[in-house]
Ligand binder design. Sequence first.
Ligand code: ADP
Ligand code: MG
Length: 253
Amino acid sequence: MTPVVSAQKVCKSFGSLDVLKGIDLEVHDREVLCLIGPSGSGKSTLLRCINHLEKIDAGRLYVDGVLVGYRERGGRLHELRDKEIAEQRKNIGMVFQRFNLFPHMTALENVMEAPVQVRREPRGQVRERALELLDRVGLADKARSYPGQLSGGQQQRVAIARALAMQPKLMLFDEPTSALDPELVGDVLGVMRQLAKDGMTMVVVTHEMQFAREVADKVFFMDGGVVVESGSPDEVIGDPKHERTKSFLARVL
Ligand code: ADP
Ligand code: MG
């Protein structure tokens, strides 16, 4: 079966700074891949490349078998137009460390925004789905609340519902609980755990090792722009082989 994400020797530099130095990775349908590693190792950049927020410099990156951001013709790559890129991005949901909800819109309006504005779906239909999604993230009673009236954990769950409203094939999470007070982390991880159980394909950057251990099908440890070690959570977190993985885990566990 075609992998949902396939990265082949993906490289990305910012000026003279080589941030991704040949990343290979595959995520299959219904799989959860957790990306771990120290700050600055390139985890966010990799997610941003998958979601068309950065262009790669070398290698190949495919989402659902389709080349990200480029068209291949006669062995040469041609950049896609903005419209074509927008089309590709519709299948990808992303949740950031900062929730970035629209402050002047209620939770419900935030969740409805993209399907109505981007996809021009009928409001009634979107509204019904948005209410279901808010229920799914445990916020059925907050549909009419504004972000400022919600805790960080609640806002992050609205952000997850908002990403799901576009019915993505793939969800990317970039340290979704890092900005939260410790007592709010559990609810957000709970929603993500349920999403994984329901079969969503996910790439999750996280420092929550317990979550990675329970939920991930595979764990990739990155350091200095390379994948140092990858495998099952039991292998990478439970029994790391590389010194760099061991010293990282000793710091976060
Ligand atoms: P991580 O998410 O693992 O902490 P990042 O992918 O955010 O790592 O960053 C990797 C490296 O790339 C860092 O040294 C960071 O400063 C650099 N970097 C990230 N984005 C940019 C950018 N837009 N311009 C220049 N340097 C960047
Ligand atoms: Mg990051």
